[in-house]
Design a protein around this ligand. Structure first.
Ligand code: C2E
Ligand code: MG
Ligand code: MG
Ligand code: MG
Length: 291
């Protein structure tokens, strides 16, 4: 971003901006290297039923694992990748890995019950996406019914006919669509009837304010979540609360009728190897516990 000098409109860079430009350049180089060397990964975070804590699905979260610089979170990558046009290629890598991971989980637990939620940026909705996704699913023997496409309002606000056509095609193919970070945008409610939304993900800021701040803030947060839950259910959408970090939040959300949750309380996002170990330990613990 450029800074405007108030006096004569000259655009000047200060030292902080040089740092920003340098960091940006560095990230661009990491992205290119990551694509070339296969450093992009899909970490997984479980989504659980708030009724009984059972895992119903996993969200794939992009990580760039640089051998020297370490892990780079999507917050640093996505925006730049959108601007430089690499987001499509990155998205394909993450999608492929995430689907492979879901197949590995199914091989471990012997079921086809859990779903995979994948985040999509507005720029990823090319006309070729449904075909590419179909090919990946076929290759890994995964039903399209197990795929959830997570989009934010930004995707719908584009109001781009191509994006709508692709979303509709994905939906007809059997994939579900989740509206991510719900409640933080401008006119979320109208999207619920204009688009084939199946799942509403209540933004983590709502979950947080359930248990922090004044009693008035907490009371209002409960009302907001209950309202979102009621409208979503009436529209036929399931509700997922993001950012569940405490037992108190879990209890409250369950009382408010929220179906599912996701957050550090249940599990942090982790690489597939750690996830498989965790799932295996869980099932062994269950198998050996008295009925
Ligand atoms: P999101 O889709 O809303 O994902 C949830 C974010 O909340 C993740 O951050 C996750 O690690 C974090 N989170 C989960 N549980 C908790 C919790 O209990 N407390 C707190 N404070 N945070 C929690 P992450 O992995 O850094 O991803 C940030 C955002 O980047 C995502 O937000 C999503 O919008 C975007 N993103 C992630 N992966 C991809 C991708 O493959 N493609 C695209 N286009 N965007 C992605
Ligand atoms: Mg998401
Ligand atoms: Mg979200
Ligand atoms: Mg969010």
């Amino acid at each position: 971003a450029r800074k405007h000098d108030g006096k004569n409109g000259l655009q000047m860079f200060d030292a902080g901006m040089l740092d920003t430009a340098r960091e940006r350049h560095e990230i661009e180089q990491c992205i290119e290297a990551g694509l070339k060397e296969g450093w992009f990964e899909a970490w997984l975070q479980p989504i659980v039923s708030l009724g009984d804590g059972r895992i119903i699905g996993f969200e794939a979260l992009m990580r760039l694992d640089h051998p020297e610089k370490g892990l780079m979170p999507p917050g640093k990558i996505v925006g730049i990748a959108e601007e430089t046009g690499t987001i499509g290629r990155i998205g394909e890598r993450v999608l492929e890995k995430a689907i492979r991971h879901l197949a590995a989980i199914s091989a471990l637990d012997g079921t086809q019950d859990t779903y995979l939620a994948v985040n999509f940026s507005p720029l990823q909705f090319e006309l070729t996406l449904p075909h590419k996704l179909a090919a990946l699913l076929l290759k890994h023997h995964i039903s399209p019914k197990r795929i959830v496409i997570e989009i934010t309002e930004a995707v719908l606000m584009l109001d781009n006919p191509e994006v709508h056509a692709v979303l509709k095609q994905l939906n007809e193919f059997g994939c579900r669509i989740a509206l991510d970070d719900f409640g933080t945008g401008y006119s979320s409610l109208s999207y619920l009837n204009r688009f084939p939304v199946d799942i509403v993900k209540v933004d983590q800021s709502f979950t947080r304010s359930l248990s922090s701040g004044t009693t008035d803030v907490r009371r209002k947060s409960r009302m907001l979540i209950k309202g979102i839950r009621t409208i979503s259910h009436q529209m036929g959408c399931a509700v997922v609360a993001e950012g569940v970090e405490t037992k108190e939040q879990w209890q409250l959300l369950r009382k408010l009728g929220v179906d599912n949750g996701q957050g550090y309380l249940f599990s942090r996002p982790m690489p597939i190897a750690a996830m498989l170990t965790m799932l295996e330990n869980d099932s062994e613990a269950k198998a050996s516990s008295p009925a």
